[in-house]
Design a protein around this ligand. Structure first.
Ligand code: CTP
Length: 416
């Protein structure tokens, strides 16, 4: 077996937007205050954020706030007195990977749709050749007005990405659609606009979380799996363009964006859901901690205590991954996980062979920060050629990216 390829011990800080240059156009709506927080969040994710405030935005928030939060001098003027020979909107447009406008008022949407170029943001928009993300936020009546909706349709038809506002009570007290998108949705769309799509047209099935094996109406046997690893994988695969189905056991997580989610409880239900989808899939990743045993009998009534000890008889569940491995064709990539407390590489490799997997993700559950119910993990990626890649302790979101990189590598070799 190969030597371990990486032995970095320290925690690896994950900054998914590292190296990306974003122009953040802020227009004059009350949600400007949220734009300040999002500007900070984008910088924390590693992006270089160039704020650009319209005159009306400066009535709600100050340019100093954005300069301090992003570390870049906020631009407000088309005619910058400090500029030399360079034309500000052309120079900014050439340097950035993405233009996002947040919040986008009805006024800026109308100006963009009709090519009006009367300030720095509108002139920059006309000269910008990379993805444009528009986040409308306004009073629901203004948002629903045919003029605004028609303008949004015009912008959409020209390839601009419109991220719909959320429904709820807006600041003026009105109810309806018009609230600025939440941070998670914003970040998802920023990544989606910037990411390449190497898994486009691939169908992926991912499982996540624990299963619950019921004893009676109120009790069950389960495990500590939080589902975080599978959910991060699902979102990361969707951002790479895959068509993602997630089969999830009971977890306290929101559905990952861009995925179809089927929620199940028991190992039996998980097996049924997986087997009904598996045949259409190109890639199956079993990240769920499926129960190996289930109570032999389910009591319809709550089991009453007595003074005696009781035994619970358990029966084996179906090993879903093993069954998938038995039927696997060369077209499919099958990935499993294993949690070990000793002889990690040997046990993981034996499982890879036994279950006919293309890749196994092994983690040593005795290591701090690794495995169940944690935001981080420390894993080994082991493939059929016995290559062992040891990843340092890292955020599960980054582990997900590295697993998908490895899967793409396997696909590339197979299709070569
Ligand atoms: N798995 C499965 N169906 C089961 C049990 C597990 O598909 N009934 C999958 C898991 O989703 C995971 C892998 O099999 O991808 C784990 O393999 P397993 O042999 O159960 O290893 P461990 O969970 O590490 O447990 P043990 O060492 O006790 O066998």
């Amino acid at each position: 077996m190969d030597q371990l390829t990486n032995s970095n011990e320290g925690y690896h800080v994950f900054m998914p937007l590292s190296g990306k240059r974003i122009i953040l156009g802020v227009t004059g709506g009350i949600a400007c205050f949220k734009a300040a927080e999002y500007a900070r969040n984008l910088s924390k994710e590693g992006a270089s954020v160039q704020p650009l405030l319209t005159e009306n935005a400066c009535r709600f928030v100050t340019e100093h706030t954005f300069s301090a939060l992003t570390g870049h001098r906020t631009r407000t003027q088309a005619f910058d007195p400090s500029a030399t020979h360079e034309i500000p909107h052309i120079k900014l447009a050439q340097k950035a990977d993405l233009l996002m406008v947040l919040p986008a008022t009805a006024d800026i949407i109308a100006k963009f749709a009709h090519g009006i170029a009367d300030n720095l943001l509108t002139t920059l928009f006309l000269s910008f050749k990379r993805p444009v993300l528009i986040f409308p936020s306004m009073n629901p009546d203004m948002y629903n007005h045919p003029a605004t909706q028609t303008n949004l349709e015009i912008l959409k038809a020209r390839g601009n990405i419109i991220v719909e506002p959320e429904s709820g009570t807006v600041v003026c007290g009105a109810r309806g659609k018009g609230k600025l998108a939440g941070w998670e949705k914003v970040l998802y769309h920023v990544k989606k606009a910037l990411w390449p799509k190497p898994l486009k047209d691939r169908k992926i099935l991912i499982t996540a979380g624990p299963t619950r094996e019921p004893l009676d109406p109120v009790r069950f046997i389960s495990n500590r799996s939080s589902g975080k690893m599978g959910y991060k994988l699902a979102e990361a695969a969707s951002l790479r363009g895959a068509d993602v189905n997630l089969v999830s056991g009971p977890v306290a997580l929101k559905d990952p964006m861009g995925t179809k989610v089927k929620r199940v409880e028991t190992a039996k239900e998980m097996a049924q859901a997986v087997f009904s989808l598996a045949e259409q899939m190109d890639i199956v990743i079993m990240a769920a901690a499926v129960a190996d045993y289930s109570p032999a009998r389910f009591s319809r009534q709550k089991i009453k205590k007595s003074d005696k000890d009781i035994d619970i008889e358990l029966t084996r569940t179906t090993d879903i991954l093993m069954k998938l491995g038995e039927k696997k064709t060369d077209r499919v990539i099958l990935v499993g996980f294993c949690a070990e407390s000793q002889d990690l590489v040997q046990n993981a490799f034996a499982k890879l062979r036994k279950k006919n997997l293309d890749l196994i993700i092994a983690n040593d559950i005795t290591q701090p920060g690794a495995g169940f119910d944690s935001d981080t993990n420390r894993v080994l990626l082991i493939d059929q050629e016995e290559n062992v890649e040891e990843l340092p302790l890292m955020d599960k979101a980054e582990v997900a990216e590295r697993i998908l990189d490895k899967i793409q590598e396997i696909i590339a070799l197979r299709e070569y």
